[in-house]
Structure formats: C-alpha cells, structure tokens
Design a protein around this ligand. Structure first.
Ligand SMILES: [Mn+2]
Length: 325
C-alpha cells in the first residue's frame, strides 16, 4: 500500500494534542504483532508522547529479545487515554482482556494487513495485500520522516522477517526486501533476530515436534497431513502452546502435502488449530467456517470440543478444501 502524504498527515494529526496513548495487538502475539506495537511505542517515546503497550498474553520466549518488551502490560497503569493504536488485527475481540481499555479511548487508529473483518477504527491504515503490518508501519514512519532508531528498525524488521517466514513465503514482495534493507541501514539487527527467533528452541519444543511428526496422519493420496497433540502430550513434554510454533510448517514441507493442520489441546478443554496450505489452496475459508480466520495459506481457529471431535471436523473440512481446487 502506498502511504500517501495525506494518510501520513492524517496519522500525525491523530497524535496532535494527545496526552497519552495505548497501543494494542492480538492474543498470542507473534513477531509482527509485538514488533509493530513496540515500534509504535518507541516512535511515540521519541516524540515525547506517553504511551503503553498492552497485550492479553505475555511475549513468547523467542520474542523476549525485542526492545522494551518487558514493558508490555495486561492492564494500563493509567486510567484514561486519548488515543488507541491497534496493530495487526481487524476484530477487536482479538485484543482479549485489553479490549475495554480501547473502547474508552476517544479515537482509534488501526494499522493492519488482515482481510477487513469488522473494520474498527476512526483512521484505518490497512492493506490486506501487504505481507506484514510492520511493513506498512515502516512506510508510514519513513513518509513521516521519523527518526528510525536501531531499536525501532529491529522491531519492524522482526515483523517483516517473521510474517514472510524469513522471505520464503509467497507474500514476500519486492518491498518486503527493499524496506528490510532500509531497516538494516537504520541499524536493524538481523543477526539477533535470526538467532533469537529461529535458532533457539527449548528442548520441550523439539520433543513435542518429534511426537507430532511421529504420530502424524496422512490422507487424500498424502496431500493432507495432520497431527493432534493432547493435553497429556503437552504435560509429558513440559511444553506450552508456543512450543508448537512451526510444527505445522514441518508437515507442509513434505513434497506431496498440500494442506497441513495441527490440532492441539495446550490447556485442558481448549483446542487450538493451525492450518497451512500451498499456494492455490485457501485454508482461511475453512478457518472462518469454524469462527477463526487468517490468511489464504496460514489460518487458524479454536474449539470448545473434545480433541477427537475437533480433529474429525477439521479433517473433513480440509478434505473439502483439497477437492475445491
Ligand atoms: Mn501480521
């Protein structure tokens, strides 16, 4: 999305005369969610505008390196805020427990790259064809002539690198690379990001991956792969849900596999599903059927059902996805 002068000025206008800002992002935050939120926070710090980053969940272990991440809170320190800036989501319930604080704000700005869903916000800087919210924000800050510090550059670069799967996913645009180059020039630490995000895994995560692959099921001429992890599996591996990050991709890497799913019960009774697909297959449609969402090739949903039942529903639906192409 081209950030026009008008759009950048509209954003700057939202910041005029505000005495405090809260910044929010989605449940189970990923690199783009936290990278974007922290970049906005650091940018506002630079302007001397008091602000707080709120998130329902704590940062996962592999994002604990992000500048200022320790300051992310579940509840604001202060009561009233003039402006809410929400990044990387398009349905306010994805803010989880932090949602009410944003409703209390006089104005709301949304910066996002998901398919418009509820379309909240007084000012919306949204383009679903962009690979990462951090990329949209990078352009916005560049258009504003903002002082992009090394910390801001690292936050934004983290969002682009994680949402493009290190520039391997199909959403990797020329701009994803050229803006990343600019962020490197501003001191973005790509070595730190690579090491922390992709090359440090807790043992629990590797053990769980092993179990998931060992028990993986295949169907439809090996074009569909899935695995289910019970709560017992999590307990045995001493693992958290964040330890399943990347497991579903491993299944999609199999040559014959077109759609992969990971169905798991990280907490008793709480089922979470992640879907991944190769280019032409749209798993976001399947996720939306179950009240979830996401992107065409990466989506997810949750269930309040026994694991086995959720698995049956998911497998049946994904088979339809395969047949539809
Ligand atoms: Mn994102």
């Amino acid at each position: 999305m081209k950030i026009t002068k008008e759009l950048a000025l509209a954003f700057r206008k939202e910041l005029e005369n505000v005495s405090s800002v809260i910044i929010g992002t989605h449940l189970n935050p990923d690199g783009d969610a936290l990278g974007s939120a922290l970049a906005v926070s650091l940018f506002l710090d630079g302007l001397g505008i008091p602000n707080e980053v709120l998130c329902h969940h704590n940062a996962p272990a592999n994002l604990k390196f992000l500048p200022n991440v320790a300051g992310v809170r579940q509840k604001p320190k202060q009561d009233k805020h003039d402006l809410g800036i929400v990044v990387d989501l398009d349905a306010l319930d994805r803010l989880g427990q932090t949602e009410p604080y944003f409703h209390e704000c006089k104005r709301m700005v949304v910066v996002d790259h998901h398919l418009p869903h509820e379309s909240p916000g007084d000012l919306r800087i949204v383009d679903s064809s962009e690979p990462a919210t951090s990329l949209i924000l990078s352009r916005l800050l560049l258009e504003l002539g903002a002082n992009i510090t090394p910390d801001i550059a690292t936050c934004l670069l983290t969002g682009i690198v994680t949402d493009t799967g290190s520039f391997r996913f199909r959403n990797t645009t020329p701009d994803a690379l050229s803006i990343s180059a600019i962020l490197l020039e501003h001191g973005g630490d790509i070595n730190l990001i690579s090491e922390e995000v992709f090359q440090s895994k807790p043992l629990s995560s590797v053990r769980l991956l092993g179990h998931a692959l060992e028990t993986m099921r295949l169907d439809c001429d090996r074009r569909l792969a899935w695995s289910s992890l019970s709560n017992h599996d999590f307990v045995v591996a001493d693992a958290l849900d964040e330890d399943t990050e990347g497991v579903v991709n491993e299944m999609l890497f199999i040559t014959s596999v077109q759609i992969a799913a990971l169905i798991r019960e990280p907490e008793p009774g709480k089922i979470r599903c992640s879907f991944r697909s190769r280019s032409k297959y749209d798993v976001a449609v399947a996720a939306r059927d179950f009240g979830g969402g996401g992107h065409k090739n990466a989506a997810g949903c949750t269930f309040d059902l026994p694991l086995k039942e959720a698995e049956e529903l998911v497998v049946r639906r994904l088979k339809l996805c395969l047949e539809s192409c």
